[in-house]
Design a protein around this ligand. Sequence first.
Ligand code: SF4
Ligand code: SF4
Length: 479
Amino acid sequence: MGSSNTDSGSADKALDDIYDDYQQWELNTGGETIHAKRVSGFWRNLKWLTGSTWLLFFLGYFVRWGDRQAVFFDIGNRQFHIFNFTILPQDFWMLSLLLLFFALLLAASTALFGRVYCGFFCFQTIWTDVYTWIEEKLEGAPAKRRKIDKAKMDFTKFRIKFVKHALWLIIGFVTGVSFVAWFYDGIQLWKDIFSFQVGSTAIITISMFTVGTYVLAGFLREQTCFWLCPYARIQAVMIDTTSAVVTYDFHRGEPRGRIKKGQSEEERTTGDCVECLQCIAVCPTGVDIRHGSQEGCINCALCIDACDAVMKKINRPTGLIRYESLDEIEGKEARSLFKRPRVWIYGAIMSLALLGIAYGLSTIDAIELKVLHDRQPLFVLQSDGSIQNKYILKILNKIDKDVSVTISATGPEGLKIIGADKPVKAHHGKINPHTVFVRVPGENLTAETEPIVFRIDTVATGKEIFFSDRESIFIGPRR
Ligand code: SF4
Ligand code: SF4
């Protein structure tokens, strides 16, 4: 008997906990700021973990490679450095393939798991999460925040709001600096900032990012997802009833109804949803997932954590809200990956894009040679009977420093190159044109055109010597 009283006492306490936060929520049209409650749980931890990949954005530009930044988008010299690779404009097709890969990765992940990118990786939702975390640390739980919002301005409110907005602006500023750093040389940028020597382009870009981040993550928050994000509009065509999305199991939950204190399991006629509204209280976009899949849901799964916590308190199985497809909720068998052509097509194109990038990187040359045969005139007959052709050699230097190259050629017997007796300077990141003349004794030519191969070799400045060769033709008189 004593034990049963204790059980019902703790059950009533659990109900008090659950219903304490009860509020009537309305459709989120942006009229009021959403102050979402924070719950702990598996999905909350996963969100922190995936969101922390953005630390790469803030810290990655400090990684050095030799005397420069390891990943450096050098817009001024129109070249991208990625560790050992230097990508020049003629190799930009690889960046296009990379963009294609990520676009299709987004499409494939949406087809499989809905807006999982929005919930766990998108900079808008991650930054908003950090901004609201700061807000909670300074202003307290949602009810207290709403109270502070409505209270008249006094010194305490001013102090709290001032600190909050200052921290938000600092994060916005660091975001702007981090963005510019990838194009500037990050360490130099910080030095220039502290010595007030930053150029106007960097100042404008950093200012735009500071204000943009502050407004989007601090004020607009979920409204950005509702009204500004184009992906929210098109995701509906990428998912279907087989996509695993955050879903409320209405078969199990309905008819929903609150538990009364002291009510036994046998007396209950309602489903597992106890109408506590915790799932809405934690939702950063203010969505009621029990109304079904909807545009405002970013699939962050925080409502799963909230509902699971409630289910544990009332001794019901967890998973009333869970990641599952509508088909499975309806009792149909999950469609296997093999029977989803869309995902296969996305996967095939992504694999091709990756193969293309791998091919491009493996065949990227440190120096490249192009040979243009001068057409006017095609050849010149010299007074000693030899035939002369003129060529413009275009030497592309992708090494991250200037080098000297020697020029040689093989072809008809007795050929001589004029203009290649000394090494030629090839400036890094540039196409360096150089004109040479090739002379061949007339009697050594057996045909009107004969093949000739030019070759350039870097003059050793370190351990590695690079070379490139290119075939062209030597033209003589008709035979
Ligand atoms: S779905 Fe879960 S969290 Fe939401 S109201 Fe029902 S019981 Fe509460
Ligand atoms: S309904 Fe759930 S999954 Fe969707 S945004 Fe809200 S908390 Fe995240």
